[in-house]
Ligand binder design. Structure first.
Ligand code: GTP
Ligand code: MG
Length: 584
């Protein structure tokens, strides 16, 4: 296929660089026996609940899932273990404090165990026999948390009894592995589903995310008793890729609300509080103090940055033991509601997540998205674009937000800061779509649709599911679904939007050539989705563009010419294999 041949040497160099991007080793060690079986069973059931589109399996509400996970996390502890450990003895030792419901090991610069007890009391019992370490050269700040360090009393006597703990991998696939998996897939539909399977968060990763929030909640509770730290964003909206950040929301709203219904008599009691000029100042003050707390006392919290002057003030830090990059915000209830909405969209049809994952990986492979804030498009905006596109199909694959609002009952009613965030929360009451388009066709249509979208005059709006006139002049306008006067992609520059459009057009073209020239699986050459993840000719063209400007039509003509005339020998690297960029 001609397009694939262009600039292969440059691509291969870039691919090689990408494949060297370092990630923390994050291997999971699965546990043999009944507990492992439980984990597997739970994993299978939770995945089928999250992905089933037939409406046969009753699906849990987002709030029910969150409550369950949170409660599970509160019974769970995180233990840094010696590298060589007898799993049997370890479990026996912990069982003194009560029965264990579940456990797994993972490696992230050391060996860690996540142990879920059946009862919360077991955690207290374990804490009661745990001591603060004494240090020779440094001083310890005492802090009674659920993050422990396990030491062996007589390491030499235990070495002979160490069992071999089985490892299972917890990292996204390497570039080479993904390339192979995609090349050997049977169809483009199969490729999209493979990519989803390889990149989606595992059951253990999800548990570790809720546990991390729960550990941070313990720290915040030292100041704000009864506060809650809830995960939001891609950790919970079903669109998270392995390695994505952990967005947390410090919820202070429940404080002091607990017993309001139980008051009787002629009086009303209120807490004495300090007041500040605005909600924003209150948020800044709360986050400032929590940031200090994490920095000084938070076990495993490093690199704490207080970013208090941002539009949405936050504290950013790394949680070393879990390997998560964390963003902690407060007063961010609308974002939590957005996560719930995305979760519903993700669960309504199995094609939604497959499309979103592929588009996110595609965008990352072409540096359209970045982990550094800037003028690029965000994963959140890309997800909105996929949802909007799926609302525009005929018949629609996804309903509009306004339609979801019409299905809502009294219990679903939700007004946050004056914004109407009401929509139906029971997935089982939403009728599945009758649309039967394949993922291959949807992917191609997606690129064609946005390759030709009138971004200069139209806005993307998932509330109404149709294009609308842009209310302001930002290059890309995607209406915030709840705060409807806001544009979630206000930061995107014209050049970044143009890059997106160019790449979308190129990808549509590559897919349109697929049927004509699909390599045989044995040739191990990227095709379909794998070809789309290769660094693009558009990138090199845009570099050249800076040097010599030519009319667009001429540039496209030249591009097509160069694609047609490029030689087949550029197609492969020295091993006769092509490499696919996967870092996402
Ligand atoms: P990744 O972290 O990139 O995997 O995706 P994410 O969806 O978690 O995005 P991000 O961490 O950037 O943001 C977390 C959440 O904050 C999103 O899921 C949204 O709910 C919300 N959010 C992000 N950006 C915006 C924005 O520009 N406007 C609004 N209103 N909400 C946003
Ligand atoms: Mg995130």
């Amino acid at each position: 296929m001609a397009a694939r041949r262009v600039g292969m040497l440059a691509r291969l160099l870039l691919c090689a660089q990408r494949s060297q991007v370092l990630r923390p080793t994050h291997r999971l060690l699965s546990c043999p026996g009944t507990v492992a079986a439980d984990v597997k069973r739970e994993e299978q059931s939770s995945r089928s609940v999250e992905t089933d589109s037939e409406g046969r399996t009753p699906k849990k509400k987002f709030s029910e899932l969150q409550k369950e996970r949170r409660e599970q996390a509160q019974r769970t502890v995180l233990i840094h273990c010696p590298n060589k450990i007898s799993e049997k003895k370890f479990l026996k030792y912990l069982s003194q404090h009560g029965p264990i419901n579940n456990h797994f090991f993972y490696e992230s610069f050391g060996l860690y165990a996540v142990v879920e007890f059946c009862q919360k009391e077991s955690v207290t019992s374990l804490q009661n026999i745990t001591r603060t370490p004494s240090m020779d050269t440094e001083a310890a700040i005492p802090f009674k948390s659920r993050f422990f360090n396990l030491k062996m009393k007589n390491p030499s006597s235990q070495t002979s009894e160490q069992s071999c703990i089985q490892c299972s991998n917890h990292s996204p696939p390497s570039s080479k592995k993904l390339s192979e998996l995609l090349c050997y897939a049977e169809s483009i539909d199969d490729q999209l589903n493979t990519l989803l399977k390889e990149f989606q968060l595992t059951e253990e990763d999800i548990k570790l995310r809720y546990l991390t929030c729960s550990l941070i909640e313990d720290i915040a509770a030292a100041y704000f008793l009864d506060c809650t730290v809830r995960p939001f964003g891609s950790s919970v909206n079903s669109f998270g890729k392995l390695g994505c950040d952990l967005d947390m929301f410090l919820d202070l709203d429940e404080i002091g609300k607990l017993n309001t219904n139980k008051t009787s008599g002629n009086f009303l009691m209120e807490f004495q509080v300090k007041s500040v000029p605005s909600e924003r100042v209150a948020t800044q003050k709360v986050l400032s103090v929590i940031g200090e707390c994490l920095d000084h006392f938070g076990p495993g919290c490093v690199g704490v940055q207080k970013i208090l002057n941002a539009r949405c003030p936050l504290v950013r830090f790394s949680h070393q033991a879990s390997g998560f990059q964390c963003d902690l915000t407060t007063n961010n209830r609308i974002a939590l509601k957005s996560s719930e909405l995305l979760y519903i969209y993700g669960a309504l049809d199995s094609r939604v997540r497959a499309m979103v994952f592929s588009i996110r990986c595609w965008a990352r492979a072409h540096s359209l998205t970045s982990s550094i804030p800037g003028s690029w498009i965000t994963n959140f905006s890309l997800t909105m674009m996929v949802i909007f596109f799926l609302q525009r199909r005929s018949p629609p694959i996804l309903p509009t937000l306004d339609y979801l609002k019409t299905l809502a009952d009294a219990e679903d009613k939700c007004i946050i800061e004056g914004h109407n965030c009401t929509f139906i929360r029971d997935l089982n009451r939403i009728k599945p779509s009758g649309n039967t388009e394949t993922l291959e066709s949807l992917l191609k249509e997606f690129f064609e649709y946005f390759g030709n979208f009138a971004f200069n005059k139209n806005s993307i709006n998932i509330r109404q599911g149709r294009e609308q006139n842009k209310p302001e002049s930002s290059p890309l306008h995607i209406q915030n679904p709840f705060e409807t006067s806001l544009n979630i992609s206000k930061n995107v520059s014209q050049s970044q939007l143009q890059k997106f459009v160019d790449l979308a057009r190129e990808s549509a073209w590559i897919l349109s050539q697929e049927d004509k020239d699909r390599p045989s699986p044995s040739s191990n050459q990227p095709w379909g989705l794998a070809a789309l993840l290769l660094p693009s000719v558009v990138n090199s063209v845009s570099l050249a563009k800076k040097k010599r400007k030519k009319p667009a039509s001429e540039r496209i003509k030249n591009l097509l010419e160069s694609i047609k005339s490029s030689s087949p020998e550029n197609d492969t690297n020295t091993n006769g294999k092509r490499t696919v960029s996967t870092q996402a």
